[in-house]
Design a binder for this molecule. Structure first.
Ligand SMILES: [Zn+2]
Length: 225
């Protein structure tokens, strides 16, 4: 490689892109950030939250991890990055929306049906957060898609275990959004808690899940008690 490509890109950003946003960033520095949305998305390189939502600087508080999973609020306080980010976004930033965004062809979901390198001990453990969404079938494209969607619903349920989230969802100051992004269609499918299904954004009435119910039925099954 003749040049440091990444260094060139950093210089290009500073010279070409940054000047267009200079004032906006200055305001965000002077006044601080006030993002309205906590976006919990899979780390997959094909999922681009800013592109999907049309958001600009200061609008999204992002957490990304393998699978877009939410760890349980179980009192095992430790180095839990995603849990810490949820607490920060809700208690300090006062976000009004929390999006959980999974996607098609998700490697984490596929891994629920296969083997993971024994050396990847953290990954093994992390994938436990999706196992309840897996179906007792051979994983074809349809089963994988359903598992991806079920995993999103599972994370929403787990979000509701966070006391500060539950309080705000119940009093209406936070709305939950369960999304499944279909990469090849360029369309987000939105979870509708009333029907228990995912509806393409082009046909959905809302980008959110709707009012929270004590449990969620999905595909005719109660996913979490
Ligand atoms: Zn993924």
């Amino acid at each position: 490689m003749p040049d440091d490509e990444l260094l060139q890109r950093l210089r290009r950003f500073h010279l070409d892109a940054f000047p267009q946003y200079r004032e906006q960033f200055q305001t965000l520095v002077d006044e601080g950030q006030h993002p309205t949305t906590l976006f919990i998305g899979c780390s997959d390189s094909r999922l681009l939250p800013y592109l999907l939502t049309g958001a600009g600087p200061g609008e999204l508080f992002l957490v990304r991890n393998v699978g877009a999973f939410v760890p349980p609020y179980d009192g095992s306080y430790g180095h839990h990055g995603t849990a810490a980010a949820i607490e920060f976004a809700v208690l300090e930033l006062h976000v009004s929306r929390i999006v959980v965004c999974g996607h098609s062809h998700c490697g984490a979901i596929k891994a629920l049906y296969g083997e993971v390198s024994p050396e990847a001990r953290n990954l093994q453990r992390w994938l436990d957060l999706g196992r309840e969404a897996a179906l007792p079938v051979q994983p074809g494209p349809e089963a994988l898609r359903r598992t991806e969607q079920r995993a999103v619903v599972l994370q929403l349920e787990r979000l509701m275990e966070y006391p500060m989230v539950r309080r705000r969802v119940e009093d209406g100051s936070i709305a939950l959004h369960g999304w499944h992004y279909v990469i090849e269609e360029g369309e987000v499918h939105v979870f509708d808690v009333a029907t228990g299904g995912f509806v393409a954004a082009s046909k959905a009435k809302s980008s959110g899940t709707g009012p929270y119910a004590p449990y969620v039925e999905h595909d005719g099954q109660v996913l979490v008690d």
